[in-house]
Design a protein around this ligand. Structure first.
Ligand SMILES: Nc1ccc(Br)nc1
Length: 444
C-alpha cells in the first residue's frame, strides 16, 4: 500500500500518536560529549573569539580540516595515550579512519599537500574539535575543542618565542596573570644529549619520552620499571632521572656543557623572552617532555601555579613530522590549547565572564491585523544592520515584556491599531523606561 511508510504505519491519513505515548529517545548527547545550549555557547564563542583575536594579532591565518582523518596519520609506535585512545573505525568502504585526536597531523598533511605552492613560513591557526575514545570508567570527556597555532618553515628558536608570546597575550587578554599561570620550558635535546652516549634508536627515544612524560603522574619506581622494560640501561635511567630533576639552566649547562644545542636553544629562548617581556611567565624545568612522540626540540606547557589543574596548554618543536609523512624536511613548531582546563582556571580565579544574550529590538504588533506592519518594521531595522526579535504570534504585552527581559532587548517597538492610524508606532527604551510614539518613517 503506497500510503504506508517503512514502519508499516499508514501514511498521512492516520492521526499522529498522542503526545507522550512514543518511546522517548535519549535526549542526552553521547557519553563523553557536550551540548552547547545558548548560555554555554556564548561562553564558548567568547573563548574562541579570544583565540581568534590573538591569532589575528600575530598574523596567523585560520585553517580547518575534516574531523575524520585516515587512521594512518596517528599510527605512531611510541606508546602514546593519544594512540591508545584513538576513536577509530572501519568505514563502509573498508577504510581505517579516525576522529582526529589532535590537529597537528592534519596541518602537516595539508602543508605537504600544498607543497611548493606554499611560501614559507606558514603561520596557521585552527580551532577544532578533537576526540578520544576513553573507557568511561574514568568518566572523562571524549571530545574537546583545541586552539592550535603552528609556524612551519622556521628553524630558529624565534618561532617558539613567538608562539609562547601569543599564549601569554591570550592569557593577559582574558585576565590571567603570571601569578596565576606559568610555562615550564625544556627541550627534547636535553634527553637526546644525555642518552647520546648510550646507543638509543629513534624509536626507543620516542618511547622514553612518552614514559618520562608520566613523571609526576605515576610513581617514580613505575617510571624506572617502564624504562627498564624498553631496554634502557640502568646507568642511563639513573643519569636521565638526575638530569630531569633539574630546574636551573646553569646546572644543566654544568652537566651537558655549553656547546650542545639543548643549552644554546634554551638560552636563546630565555633571552628572547626578556625582549618580548614574558620572562616572568616562564621557567626551565627539565622534567617537561610532553606526551607526543613527534617533538624534537623545545617543549613547553602552561600550568596553574596553584597546581590544582591539569596542563592548560602545551606545544613544542616537531622538525621531523613532515618528513615522516613523506614530505620535505621542513622545521615546524606549534601548540595546542584545550577549551576545558582554561574554563576551570577562570572559575578558580573567579573571573569566568557572564555573557548575557542581547538583541537591539523586540518588535511586536498589538493587533493580529498588524502582523505585516511589524514584519515590515523588523525588515527595515534589519536592513540597517540592527538585530530584531520579531514576536511571531499574537501575544499580550505582558508576555512581550517578559520575553524582552529574557532576551535582554534594548528597545521595544510595538504597533497598535490607534497609533498606526496616524502612522505612528510605540517605542520603549527598556533600560531607561522612557516611552514615546514616533512616526514610523523616523524610526532609526
Ligand atoms: N586528544 C584528546 C582528545 C579529546 C580529549 Br577530551 N582530550 C584529549
Amino acid at each position: 500500500n503506497s500510503d504506508t511508510n517503512e514502519t508499516g504505519r499508514s501514511g498521512s491519513r492516520s492521526a499522529p500518536p498522542a503526545a507522550g505515548t512514543q518511546q522517548k529517545i535519549d535526549v542526552n548527547p553521547p557519553r563523553g560529549t557536550r551540548d552547547f545550549p545558548p548560555d554555554e555557547m556564548r561562553l564558548r564563542t567568547w573563548l574562541f573569539n579570544n583565540f581568534r583575536e590573538v591569532s589575528r594579532m600575530y598574523g596567523f591565518e585560520e585553517v580547518d580540516f575534516p574531523v575524520l582523518e585516515s587512521e594512518a596519520l596517528y599510527i605512531r609506535k611510541a606508546g602514546e595515550e593519544i594512540r591508545d585512545q584513538l576513536y577509530c573505525f572501519e568505514d563502509r568502504g573498508n577504510r581505517r579512519v579516525a576522529l582526529r585526536p589532535e590537529l597537528t597531523p592534519s596541518l602537516a598533511r595539508l602543508v605537504i599537500q600544498k607543497g611548493k605552492s606554499l611560501s614559507l613560513p606558514v603561520k596557521w591557526f585552527a580551532v577544532g574539535q578533537c576526540w578520544r575514545y576513553e573507557r568511561m570508567t574514568r568518566g572523562r570527556r571524549r571530545e574537546h575543542y583545541q586552539w592550535n597555532m603552528d609556524i612551519i618553515g622556521v628553524a630558529d628558536i624565534f618561532a617558539e618565542a613567538e608562539l609562547i608570546s601569543s599564549v601569554v597575550t591570550f592569557f593577559k587578554q582574558i585576565g590571567i596573570t603570571a601569578s596565576d599561570v606559568g610555562f615550564k620550558i625544556s627541550s627534547r635535546k636535553v634527553l637526546q644529549e644525555v642518552l647520546n652516549c648510550y646507543s638509543i634508536s629513534e624509536a626507543l627515544f620516542g618511547k622514553v619520552c612518552i614514559i618520562i612524560d608520566k613523571m609526576g603522574k605515576i610513581p617514580i619506581e613505575e617510571i624506572k620499571k617502564e624504562l627498564a622494560l624498553v631496554q634502557l640501561p640502568g646507568e642511563a635511567i639513573e643519569e636521565l632521572l638526575q638530569v630531569l630533576s633539574m630546574k636551573c639552566l646553569t646546572e644543566l649547562e654544568e652537566k651537558l656543557g655549553a656547546a650542545g644545542e639543548a643549552v644554546s636553544d634554551l638560552k636563546q629562548l630565555f633571552s628572547l623572552a626578556d625582549k618580548y617581556g614574558f620572562s616572568e611567565w616562564i621557567q626551565f624545568d627539565a622534567s617537561v617532555v610532553r606526551g607526543l612522540a613527534y617533538y624534537t626540540g623545545i617543549v613547553f606547557e602552561g600550568f596553574d601555579r596553584e597546581g590544582k589543574l591539569r596542563a592548560i596548554c602545551g606545544g613544542g618543536r616537531y622538525d621531523q613530522l613532515l618528513s615522516t609523512f613523506g614530505g620535505d624536511d621542513i622545521p615546524a613548531c606549534g601548540f595546542g590549547f584545550g577549551d576545558a582546563v582554561i574554563v576551570e582556571l577562570l572559575k578558580e580565579k573567579g573571573i569566568l565572564p557572564e555573557i548575557s544574550p542581547h538583541v537591539e529590538n523586540i518588535v511586536c504588533s498589538l493587533d493580529r491585523d498588524l502582523q505585516g506592519v511589524a514584519a515590515a518594521i523588523a525588515t527595515r531595522l534589519r536592513g540597517r544592520g540592527q538585530s530584531v526579535d520579531l514576536v511571531l504570534e499574537n501575544k499580550p504585552l505582558k508576555w512581550v515584556f517578559k520575553r524582552a527581559k529574557r532576551v535582554n532587548a534594548a528597545r521595544l517597538v510595538f504597533v497598535g491599531a490607534d497609533e498606526w492610524q496616524k502612522g505612528m508606532v510605540g517605542v520603549k527604551n527598556l533600560s531607561t523606561g522612557e516611552q514615546y510614539e514616533i512616526n514610523v518613517d523616523e524610526l532609526e
